[in-house]
Design a protein around this ligand. Structure first.
Ligand SMILES: Nc1ncnc2c1ncn2[C@@H]1O[C@H](COP(=O)(O)OP(=O)(O)O)[C@@H](O)[C@H]1O
Ligand SMILES: O=C(O)[C@H](O)COP(=O)(O)O
Length: 381
């Protein structure tokens, strides 16, 4: 019996690596002597640098940047031998960095992510991967581009800060003062979702609510984002609106396409390739994956859908252990995931679930393995 563990982190509560440790212990309790392997994975959101640094022996560079509300924030990116670096936008502009009562995508900015890129360029890195997702922002990437020298102007010629609310004001773009090293560098962008920039499946209406957007705020931001997309097309000649991934991280994907001439890739597929996931599947009987919350968004390129796709191609069953389930979580059954177990095991509010994350995960892991063991005896009589 061989199990492979490859779960996304549970945002803000459990890292991918910790989940692997908990699964290894639980597997041994129900299947003593079973063979297990684990690999940290991520899809572009929080935890992507950790997964890639552990797979490729990178090191962390730590620095101070501006967080999502322009506050001072400690951040980091990953450095590798040669001239490669990996940046995770969630490490500078991520949702957990904003206290719940201050979350409002009109006010947040990706400026800090631009500062990370600027630092990497200044230190000579020219092959830069940027993982995007898990953001607190819906600014179309204006903040990040401003940190790299692009000026976004209102109809009076005043420079805008590059927060979400500026999407409704931006009337002109001046990219002439872009950091000179941008032109010498190659950027690969790892998106955690495949959503377009605008529309019902776009950045604002899909992910704006979790960033604190009320229906009224989302309507304002969507109006601004439509305007912004038209301006990018008019001033820079690039039509990003329908590119898959342009809507990742509140439209940061779109800005990277336009200003950095970046290729947008699936974050999970890129990470799975980097950790040689396909070869890890050799001889595996069952894979366990998961994420903090599984819902209809999970099929848009998140960890479970990426893992499910590769396992289904090889006929390997996949069980998911997730914190909670939301709307249409069962859609994931069409993407190679065979079952979903939640860690929340009784009536409790989300705060309690987050506080007791590890204990609840252990219980769910034990229940999962017991269920698998029971399933193995089916048809034996
Ligand atoms: N231990 C947990 N138990 C229940 N829900 C959790 C837990 N950890 C995170 N979550 C929920 O998961 C949500 C984030 O989803 P997750 O799948 O981890 O991130 P992402 O969608 O960025 O990949 C959080 O808003 C939180 O409500
Ligand atoms: O808006 C974003 O940051 C993402 O691309 C999706 O966010 P999530 O991974 O935090 O749900």
């Amino acid at each position: 019996m061989k199990f492979l563990f490859a779960s996304d982190s549970f945002k803000g509560t459990l890292s991918s690596e910790r989940i692997t440790q908990l699964l290894e212990a639980a597997a041994g309790r129900t299947f003593p002597g079973c063979e297990t392997a684990g690999v940290p994975v991520a899809d572009g959101g929080e935890g992507t640098i950790d997964a890639v640094i552990s797979a490729l022996n990178g090191t962390y560079r730590r620095l101070t940047v501006h967080g999502p509300l322009m506050e001072e924030a400690q951040s980091f990116y990953g450095e590798f031998e040669g001239d490669s670096a990996i940046i995770e936008m969630a490490a500078a502009s991520g949702l957990p960095m904003v206290p719940a009562d201050r979350r409002n995508p009109l006010n947040t900015t990706t400026y800090g992510t631009g500062e990370l890129i600027r630092d990497a360029l200044d230190r000579g890195y020219r092959k830069i991967s940027i993982a995007i997702g898990g953001s607190a922002t819906n600014d179309g990437g204006m903040g990040a581009m401003r940190a790299l020298g692009v000026r976004f102007l209102d109809d009076q010629g005043n420079e805008l800060e590059g927060r979400g609310r500026d999407l409704t004001r931006v009337a002109d773009i001046d990219a002439s003062r872009m950091h000179p090293a941008v032109a010498q560098a190659g950027f690969t962008v790892m998106c955690d979702v495949t959503n377009p920039l605008t529309g019902p499946d776009g950045a604002t209406y899909t992910f704006g609510k979790q960033k604190g957007g009320t229906p009224e705020i989302l309507d304002v931001l969507e109006g601004g984002m439509v305007r912004y997309a038209a301006l990018l097309k008019e001033k820079l000649g690039v039509d990003v609106d329908k590119i898959p991934g342009a809507g990742a991280a509140g439209g940061l994907g779109a800005a990277f396409c336009v200003f950095l001439k970046a290729n947008l890739k699936s974050g999970i597929d890129t990470v799975l390739d980097l950790v040689h996931f396909d070869s890890l599947l050799e001889g595996v009987d069952l894979v366990i994956t998961g994420e903090g919350r599984m819902d209809w968004q999970s099929a848009f390129g998140k960890v479970p859908s990426g893992i499910g796709k590769r396992c289904r191609e090889r006929g390997i069953p996949v069980a998911a252990i997730v914190g909670g389930m939301g709307d249409k979580a069962e859609t994931i059954f069409d993407y190679g995931i065979d079952s979903i177990m939640t860690t929340i095991n009784g009536s409790m509010d989300i705060e309690e679930a987050l506080e007791r994350a590890e204990e609840l995960y252990i219980s769910a892991a034990d229940r999962t393995f017991r269920m698998l063991k029971a399933g193995m005896s089916l048809g034996r009589k």
